[in-house]
Design a protein around this ligand. Structure first.
Ligand code: PGA
Length: 250
């Protein structure tokens, strides 16, 4: 049984005060049980969100981290720092990190290994660009990103890893993958995980869908047996809208 995970990726939005106010509004209606809910605020908002979420069911994670524990890496934050602050989850290799900050499959793999070493729940993002889909390269891209991310990881360590399938053409565009397109991509990813790490590991791994998830399409997407929850950007910035998405996921 894979527990659904609903994740709010706030990207570069919200001040600490705005972040705090989101959490208190969101928690006014108690979130449904049996679902894991995680907020990924900008790093500067982590203390405010952790404090506002204290004692609640909300998990809090970072949008990014570096793979070295400490050192001369100006501007970076490490896994042990996140853990010490109280974060439990981390996004790795979001397409915006890959596209605008040059993150490679190799870096994604190093970050994933560091997250596991420090017992953070990593959400590794994969997904094809529109031209790759149009050229029939989607499956190859997903297989490559998945296998490169999972290099040097063995089946015994894989349990906490979550993968998010986020077709780049659907992120922030209002164009959502149909439930069928998403389910097909998830099956490709799960098959690749099975090839690399065996079926039990692949059956246990949660695969989220991300890309223009909204209150009105969340139920249909999450109803697919292959889809284990959602990574939500724009529609997670408003507590009411994110609350509706959380409620809509079966
Ligand atoms: P979106 O972003 O929901 O705004 O499309 C999703 C994401 O980038 O994680």
């Amino acid at each position: 049984m894979r527990i659904p995970l609903l994740a709010a990726n706030w990207k570069m939005y919200k001040t600490p005060a705005e972040a705090r106010s989101f959490v208190s509004t969101f928690l006014q209606s108690p979130p449904p049980p049996n679902k894991e809910i995680a907020i990924f605020p900008p790093a500067i908002d982590l203390p405010a969100v952790l404090d506002a979420a204290k004692g609640s069911v909300l998990h809090v994670g970072a949008q990014n981290m570096y793979f070295v524990d400490e050192g001369a890496f100006t501007g970076e934050i490490s896994a042990p720092m996140l853990v010490a602050a109280g974060a439990t989850h981390v996004l790795i290799g979001h397409s915006e990190r890959r596209q605008y900050f040059g993150e490679t499959d190799e870096l994604v793999n190093k970050k994933l290994l560091a997250a596991l070493r420090h017992k953070l729940v990593p959400i590794v993002c994969v997904g094809e660009h529109l031209d790759q889909r149009d050229n029939g390269e989607t499956d190859a891209v997903l297989r490559r990103q998945t296998s490169r991310a999972l290099e040097n990881i063995d089946a015994a360590e894989v349990a906490p890893i979550v993968i998010a399938y986020e077709p780049v053409w659907a992120i922030g565009t209002g164009k959502t993958a149909t439930p069928e397109i998403a389910a097909e991509a998830h099956a490709v990813i799960r098959h690749e995980v099975a090839q690399l790490l065996g079926r039990p590991a692949s059956e246990a791994m949660r695969i989220l869908y991300g890309g223009s998830v909204k209150p009105d399409n969340a139920a249909q997407l999450c109803a697919q047996p292959e889809i284990d929850g959602a990574l939500v950007g724009g529609a997670s910035l408003d507590p009411v809208s994110f609350g509706k998405i959380v409620a809509a996921a079966p």
